[in-house]
Design a protein around this ligand. Structure first.
Ligand code: ZN
Length: 144
């Protein structure tokens, strides 16, 4: 289960809508207690995916730099928090993980995908990759 406030969710949507029509991304900072994850802060980062191919551009790929992950980890540490997940948008596509997502995701943490259709955030789902990387399981999102 992933718990997040309306305020933080609104900030996620604004960041992902601003990135449209490209994929946009960020890092979730918070607390993990067994299966319960609570988002307390965000690190909004740039999509640094670069390629010459139109089919594999930022419209359907994203990459978070290791520097941004390290910075987010320090930001979390200062507040006694951890990196508890990642989020990114799927422009004009469903909020389900792609094959590429399965290749690059971290197991255990929250993997939040927001479908951004015509520039507006629509459905949001949180996924958790199994330890053996065989598949994602959906986890409920609680907004408060
Ligand atoms: Zn994706």
């Amino acid at each position: 289960m992933l718990t997040i406030s309306t305020e933080l969710l609104t900030r996620i949507y604004a960041h992902l809508e601003a990135g449209y029509p490209n994929e946009a991304c960020g890092i979730l900072l918070g607390e993990i207690d067994a299966q319960d994850k609570t988002v307390k802060d965000l690190a909004l980062v740039a999509n640094v995916w670069e390629t010459e191919s139109a089919r594999e551009g930022q419209r359907n790929r994203y990459l978070i730099s290791p520097e941004d992950v390290a910075r987010a980890d320090r930001q979390a540490g200062k507040q006694g928090l951890d990196i508890i997940g990642f989020f990114h948008s799927h422009p004009d596509c469903p909020s389900r993980p792609s094959g590429t997502d399965r290749e690059y995701a971290w197991p255990f943490v929250a993997f939040v995908i927001v479908s951004v259709v015509m520039g507006k955030a629509t459905t949001t789902n949180s996924w958790v990759l199994r330890d053996d990387r065989s598949q994602f399981d959906e986890e409920p999102i609680v907004i408060r």
